[in-house]
Ligand binder design. Structure first.
Ligand code: FAD
Ligand code: NAP
Length: 591
């Protein structure tokens, strides 16, 4: 093969990926599936992987977090290393990664926020959605933020899906958040919330609102909350009508239908209310030492269909409110040693190759929100990362004969600097600990929200082979009644009691599906079997997600599927019926 011949002189290509969010994992997947001999070192500043899937996606949207199943599988592929708790630009430099790896992919997302650029923006009680979302999702950077939820009236500036998440978390009855993975400190604060009225403010009109219809509909279905719009705001100009008539604009049509339904709703006494407000541009936040009022100006739309902009009129509008969240988009943070376009807030690139002016910088690549800006859902990052990896592999195919040591050199360097690296086994232990902490409360997990606690939670990990493979079968009866792989289940303390010569396989340590292997095979063989079972399980589980049956029934079917597939492959180490019996678990039909 083309690339192979160019690299035939070296045993493996070493690629560093900076950032463990969706774009980082999809880049890793594309590299590990390339058929080449690749080692991927994923470097993440937090001890925990998964980026915004862990710390952005709302706690009441657990299904959307299932992407983690895929990322977990990628992380367990041979050739993948996780260096958690390592920040590029602080603990290791771009130049060092360039020297130790054949290529470096930056997938650092967009960790800060845009500013409105109006007076009073930094007053107390004015916050960003970034902070609030990070806070309720247990991101350690935002652990100690406080929000004055004793205020009755809140304004959210911006009408995108992040604004919808912020609004929903503020408006929902707190009991509906109780069994989610919301951070404990946020749940406690929200339980005392006095918020009654939430104004969600757009500078343009209802047709231009960026909510997806599904998210908007959800806001209209919150128990005990009236979702309202003003009919006068829904009168459309000719350009907006043209936008609506575009056959591709199904989202606009869906949204306007919902806004029209909200316009005829009446608030009931004692209910919370969400009020959608349009054509209003923020001008200032004012108050005596803290936010008391938002000053807005009415706007009118100008420009052709799909390119209409909000032009300020001289009509002021005042809104009394004690808490303001701006949700007007995220923004990437420059990384020392890497070019950054300050206007766009992204790293300049062509096809994912990092540019310094008009020149591409060999060996440096970018992917995800850092590459294209802070838009797009989780899946959007897959094609984006595939494009970047295609560029990377095409470049390597032109010449790559210098041997590099990748993880080995990075590990030595970090050790010399006293950086405590959190590897994937550490994460697996932390994950298991979070799930155990959540269980008594009926939550899928109780997140650790401070870095020192995260490091401490996996401090006692041993290094013996097989130690993290989990113990024998511990599944169906414990999962009974659960509806989601990440829902809490009775767990065996598998890590602690595991013998170092364990011969069992944990498909996903956090889910406690384990399969006894029979006679003790060697470490490499255990690893091979574990990977096969995990893949069979994950493929089946994702494709069977919408099929009927209780969780236990679906799990039984998964076991059956795994056994069938193993038999078809001629593997002789299928699920062990004797062990099931011994453990008092129901027999698996196909064993
Ligand atoms: C609040 C919110 C909710 C969302 N909800 C959904 C949803 O429900 N469904 C959906 O499909 N999409 C959702 N999205 C969009 C989705 O999360 C993004 O498309 C996706 O996360 C972007 O992936 P990324 O890998 O580019 O960035 P990120 O997910 O942000 O990952 C970047 C990673 O890089 C790490 N990092 C940053 N700097 C460094 C450094 N210097 N060194 C080492 N590591 C570093 C960060 O810690 C982070 O883990 C949401 C987005 C937000 C903001
Ligand atoms: N459930 C989900 O699938 C989910 C959940 C959360 C996030 N996401 C995705 O994550 C991405 C980011 O979402 P987001 O909500 O942060 O961004 P977004 O969709 O781009 O929305 C940003 C909002 O802020 C407004 N805005 C921007 N600058 C402004 C200013 N200076 N003054 C007033 N308003 C301003 C925009 O209005 P204009 O249109 O006028 O610019 C828009 O209404 C999106 O692709 C989103 O779909 C998905």
């Amino acid at each position: 093969m083309h690339i192979m011949s160019a690299m035939s002189a070296i045993p493996a290509i070493h690629v560093a990926i900076v950032g463990a969010g969706p774009s980082g994992f999809y880049a890793a997947e594309a590299l590990l599936r390339s058929g080449l001999s690749v080692r991927v070192d994923m470097i993440e500043r937090l001890p925990t992987p998964f980026g915004l899937v862990r710390s952005g996606v709302a706690p009441d949207h657990p299904k959307l977090k299932q992407a983690i199943l895929v990322y977990d599988r990628i992380a367990r592929t041979p050739g993948f290393n996780f260096f958690g708790n390592v920040q590029v630009g602080r603990d290791i430099t771009v130049a060092e990664l360039r020297a130790t790896h054949h290529a470096v992919v930056f997938a650092c997302g967009a960790e800060t926020d845009r500013r409105m650029g109006v007076p009073g923006e930094d007053l107390p009680r004015s916050h960003t959605a970034t902070e609030f979302v990070g806070w309720f999702n247990g991101h350690p950077d935002y652990r100690d933020r406080t929000f004055d939820l004793s205020q009755e009236t809140v304004a959210i500036v911006g009408q995108g899906n992040v604004a919808a998440d912020v609004c929903r978390i503020l408006a929902k009855p707190v009991d509906e958040l109780r069994s989610t993975d919301i951070a404990e400190h946020a749940f406690d604060a929200l339980a005392r919330s006095q918020v009654r009225e939430i104004h969600v403010i757009g500078r343009r009109g209802p047709v231009q609102a960026k909510f997806t219809t599904k998210e908007l509909r959800e806001l209209g279905e919150i128990a005990g909350c009236a979702t309202l719009a003003d009919a006068a705001d829904l009168v459309l100009n000719a350009e907006s009508e043209t936008e609506l008539m575009d056959r591709n604009n199904l989202n606009g049509l869906g949204n306007i239908a919902l806004f029209r339904a909200f316009a005829v709703r009446k608030p009931e006494v004692g209910q919370r209310a969400i009020r959608f407000r349009f054509h209003l541009n923020p001008m200032a936040l004012v108050g005596d030492g803290q936010v008391e009022k938002l000053i807005l100006t009415r706007t009118r739309l100008e420009g052709p269909p799909f390119a209409q902009v909000a032009r300020a009129t001289d009509e002021p509008v005042e809104l009394d409110c004690g808490l303001v969240f701006r949700s007007i988009g995220y923004r990437s943070v420059p990384i020392p040693g890497l070019p950054f376009d300050d206007t766009l807030g992204t790293v300049p690139h062509t096809g994912g190759r990092v540019l310094a002016g008009a020149v591409t910088l060999p060996g440096l690549y970018v992917s995800g929100w850092l590459k294209r800006g802070p838009t797009g859902i989780i899946g959007t990052n897959r094609a984006d990362s595939v494009e970047t990896v295609e560029s990377l592999l095409a470049d390597l195919s032109k010449g790559c004969d210098q041997e590099k040591r990748g993880a080995e050199t990075v590990g030595e360097l970090l050790e010399r600097r006293g950086v405590r690296v959190f590897d994937y086994q550490n994460w697996s232990m932390l994950d298991t600990a979070e799930i155990s902490r959540g269980k008594p409360k009926g939550k899928p997990r109780e997140k650790f929200t401070r870095i020192d606690e995260m490091l401490a939670a996996s401090a006692g990990r041993g290094n013996e082979a097989g130690r993290s493979f989990g113990s024998a079968l511990a599944l169906a009866s414990q999962w009974k009644g659960s509806s989601h792989p990440n829902t809490p289940v009775e767990t065996m303390d598998t890590m602690a009691e595991e013998a170092s010569d364990a011969d069992s396989i944990a498909v996903r340590p956090e889910s406690q599906i384990s399969i006894k292997t029979g006679a003790s095979p060697n470490r490499q063989e255990i690893e091979r079997r574990r990977e096969i079972v995990r893949q069979l399980f994950n493929d089946f589980w994702v494709s069977a997600e919408d099929k009927p049956g209780t969780f236990a029934e679906r799990l039984n079917r998964a076991e059956g599927h795994i056994n069938e597939q193993l038999a078809a492959r001629g593997e002789t180490w299928q699920l062990d019926a004797a062990s099931r019996k011994q453990l008092g678990l129901p027999p698996s039909k196909t064993v």
